[in-house]
Unconditional design. Structure first.
Ligand SMILES: Nc1ncnc2c1ncn2[C@@H]1O[C@H](COP(=O)(O)OP(=O)(O)O)[C@@H](O)[C@H]1O
Ligand SMILES: [Mg+2]
Length: 350
């Protein structure tokens, strides 16, 4: 409760409006991210969930302007602390990413340079950004490696990535990502490649580090236990759109969108979710290169099957505010009328 009040009063660090990212293909444009609205407050942890192919990674990369050809951002805005990210020059972008952003991806070994000692990989960005000597940067790197739980960090700093376990490599990635105390950390399935026992430790490290530094975290994950333990807010993606977003306590117990409900249905109690993965829903994500006049989830939607609403197949549902900082995209939200007679419709940029 306390946390929630804090978040509603702090101004957003990141504001995304109407974001659209598409890939050119022989079959036409693949709309991987569409009409995404999302804000992240300073110090807030957002869990981004959704089945494979729903656009989570493309969204994460779009925020950082790391989308490679044949992909590009075709619409929308991204503001970071009031700065317009989509109009930054290459130079501004690289300074911004270096100073304010940390990134952690699924395969730690793949993100590290195989031929450089890990100590240097942690020290180099410190040396450049803080203009300190090599020796001072090295010492700082060793301290950082210790703080992320690397045993014998003086020796391990001399190691090459292949000499580390997966868990150690991901700790090193966290040390690199947090070395410059970024304001926003983007972690895309950071523990998926690790042993279950290591996962919990790495996630705690991630959460505690973010809390200590006041870093905001956008955490892409498949694991509901992770969401329950770490996130303040949860956004659920489906076929390129955020279909529901709200506080973790609401999202894990009474989500309103049929897709979010289906995914999280199993959620018994917040405390019992450790290691629980998202549920499978019959059917699969639609072809994102085909025109979708209605709701992308309609073909798989039980609610639509029952209610037979025309709107579900003729127009995309708007992102509707259904509670405090809680919105969903569905033409048949059961709670919308009961809970909030004047459901506010947030403009939908198609
Ligand atoms: N390099 C690419 N070229 C073409 N299409 C892509 C590319 N990367 C992603 N996509 C499209 O974007 C969709 C979403 O991908 P992604 O964001 O990686 O999903 P998620 O991370 O949720 O599993 C994919 O299903 C695919 O259609
Ligand atoms: Mg992904």
């Amino acid at each position: 409760m306390e946390q929630h009040q804090l978040q509603t009063t702090s101004p957003p660090l990141l504001t995304i409006r109407g974001l659209q990212t598409q890939f050119t293909s022989a079959r036409g444009a693949i709309k991987a991210v569409q009409s995404v609205d999302l804000t992240i407050a300073a110090g807030e942890i957002i869990g981004l969930v959704g089945e494979s192919g729903s656009g989570k990674s493309v969204l994460a990369l779009s925020i950082l302007r790391l989308i490679q050809s044949p992909g590009r951002i075709t619409q929308g805005q991204v503001f970071f602390a009031g700065r317009d990210v989509l109009t930054m020059s290459k130079r501004e972008l690289s300074t911004w990413r270096g100073r304010d952003i940390g990134m952690i991806f699924q395969q730690p070994q793949g993100s590290l340079n195989p031929v450089r000692r890990i100590g240097w990989q942690v020290a180099e960005p410190l040396r450049q950004q803080e203009r300190i000597s090599r020796k001072a940067a090295w010492d700082k790197a060793v301290t950082l490696l210790r703080s992320v739980g690397i045993p014998a960090p003086e020796e391990k700093a001399l190691a090459y990535p292949h000499q580390l376990s997966g868990g150690q490599a991901q700790r090193v990635m966290i040390a690199i990502a947090l070395a410059l105390r970024p304001r926003l950390l983007i972690a895309d399935e950071p523990t998926t490649a690790l042993d279950v026992t290591i996962q919990a430790q790495i996630l705690e490290l991630l959460r505690d580090s973010c809390r200590d530094f006041g870093t905001s975290l956008l955490l892409v994950t498949h694991d509901l236990g992770v969401v329950a333990r770490l996130a303040d807010r949860v956004a659920v993606m489906y076929a390129g759109r955020i279909v529901e977003e709200g506080p973790v306590s609401v999202m894990l117990t009474r989500p309103e969108h049929p897709y979010a409900r289906g995914l999280l249905d199993a959620a018994p109690r917040l405390g019992q979710l450790a290691g629980q993965r998202l549920k499978d829903i019959p059917g699969s994500i639609p072809d994102l290169s085909r025109p979708m006049p209605g709701c992308a989830f309609a073909p798989r939607c039980e609610r639509r099957a029952k209610l037979e609403l025309d709107a579900c197949v003729t127009a995309p549902p708007p992102f509707t505010l259904i509670g405090e900082r809680h919105s969903a995209r569905c033409w048949a939200l059961p709670q919308a009328e009961e809970a909030l007679p004047i459901a506010t419709v947030v403009e939908d940029r198609v």
